[in-house]
Write a protein that binds this ligand. Structure first.
Ligand code: DLL
Length: 434
């Protein structure tokens, strides 16, 4: 069974967790009310004061916070302390406009390291490991979160940064790396590069990996496991909370433990904004309980998941578990009246052994004004024309069974879909908008 970085807090009783949450919630509510004009205004509009928060259920009286609120107050309008107290800044990639900026006090960095150390230990990292971190070091939270956490565990960190796949593989071999991290799709990209260079990944010493930052279906997880012959864990997080470090799956591999002493989680119906029923799916909404730099109340993550009802896991941890993120509510595509998450397509593709790991989907409108879906996917190895046509037919049938109508499928040779940017871009929507 996996090692616990902070056994006392990871196995603390449910009653105690709730007690800590209430105490911290009251404090954070005071902090933002007194220091962030955005929240002071919201409290006035809602006719509430911090003293109205008497129980955890009272959280529902508090305002929700959205990415637009953060953008409207960018870059530093949501900071709850003097800038003199902040020592580090990170920002989300800002693919859709103004980046979200978060500032950290020394205590925020300490807590970030602690939650990441818990996630990494849960995934098997110890002070005997050589930890390679192939994530870009920069304003993206990924590299620093893993770096701080791995050092806190006491592992030897190789800050290899991202890119230059051949160099990454050589470093792994040269320094006998035992544990790697990264953006989920990059682990598969590295495996493909290794194959084309004739490097046998099973000969490397790497036996554990913790990945995340984007859609991470069980199918892709299994692919990475098999390609690298290692145990793979799923790491979830977002810049607005700290970066990676919010939750990770334990060795039971059935749900991700979310650190409830630092984050208070709710799952709401994204349309009604009411809490969903037990084990029902909805949008994850998070409140930071201990942050000083940029504490947030009820932040709408847009990430779709559900909680498990079971409170104590076989691993002994008491912190709540959620299912792997199914997708973002803003990623859901409605095509010919059917709701599709890209993850559903990926799940079908990853089940097929002839399929490689890179894929994307195009949405277009044909001359009759009907929406069309085309899935482009790489094959695992070079195929003959007959094999290619057979695979395309098979994938059309398999995808149809999930989305009801016939998609177009094009199978491409290995390594032919170029990846731009840090996170894989799976959906290209070129439909006519009227
Ligand atoms: O991606 C933080 C991170 C870095 C997490 C490295 C894990 C590993 P952002 O760039 O702010 O932060 O993007 C956050 O990415 O709201 C999810 O939609 C998505 N995401 C992150 N982790 C996962 C995961 C980092 N494990 C957004 N599974 C989140 C699915 C994920 N989606």
């Amino acid at each position: 069974m996996d090692y616990m970085f902070n056994k006392k807090i990871e196995t603390i009783s449910r009653n105690k967790i709730l007690e800590i949450q209430l105490k911290n919630l009251k404090q954070i509510v005071h902090l933002v009310y007194e220091n962030v004009s955005f929240y002071k205004k919201k409290f006035k509009e809602l006719k509430i004061i911090p003293e109205d928060i008497k129980t955890l259920k009272d959280i529902r009286k508090l305002p929700l916070t959205t990415k637009d609120d953060l953008r409207d107050n960018a870059p530093f309008g949501m900071i709850a302390t003097s800038m003199d107290n902040c020592v580090e800044l990170h920002a989300s990639s800002g693919t859709t406009g103004i980046p979200v900026t978060a500032c950290y006090t020394p205590n925020d960095l300490e807590i970030w390291s602690e939650v990441m150390a818990r996630c990494l230990s849960m995934s098997g990292l110890t002070n005997k490991d050589v930890f390679q971190n192939p994530i870009p070091y920069g304003t993206f939270t990924g590299a620093f979160g893993f770096h701080y956490g791995a050092q806190k565990v006491g592992a030897l960190v190789i800050p290899s940064g991202m890119g230059q796949s051949e160099r990454q593989l050589k470093l792994m071999e040269y320094y006998s790396a035992t544990f790697i991290s990264g953006v989920a799709s990059y682990a598969m990209r590295l495996a493909q590069v290794a194959q084309s260079l004739g490097i046998d990944l099973h000969r490397l010493k790497v036996c554990n990996g913790l990945f995340g930052a984007e859609m991470f279906t069980p199918g892709l997880k299994k692919r990475i496991q098999d390609a690298w012959n290692m145990d793979v864990h799923d790491s979830y997080g977002l810049t607005e909370m700290c970066g990676p470090g919010v939750s990770t799956d334990c060795d039971v591999h059935d749900g991700l433990h979310l650190w409830e002493d630092h984050f208070l989680a709710e799952i709401l119906d994204p349309n009604t904004l009411e809490p969903v029923g037990p084990e029902e799916e909805g949008e994850l909404v998070l409140t930071t309980l201990t942050k000083e730099g940029m504490p947030l109340l009820r932040y709408r993550t847009r990430d779709i998941t559900k909680f498990y009802d079971q409170k104590v896991c076989d691993c002994g941890r008491t912190h709540i578990k959620h299912t792997p993120i199914k997708g973002r509510s803003d990623d859901m595509i409605i095509i010919r009246g059917t709701n599709i998450y890209p993850g559903q397509i990926e799940s079908v593709l990853m089940k097929n052994k002839a399929v490689g790991s890179n894929w994307r989907m195009f949405l277009t409108t044909d001359d009759n004004n009907v929406d069309q879906l085309t899935v482009e996917v790489e094959s695992k190895s070079l195929l003959s024309q007959i094999e290619q046509i057979a695979l395309e037919k098979k994938l059309i049938d398999d995808i149809k069974s999930v989305i009801v109508f016939n998609p177009n499928v094009t199978v491409l040779p290995p390594n032919s879909i170029a990846q731009e940017g840090l996170k894989a871009k799976r959906v290209v929507d070129n439909r006519k908008k009227d």
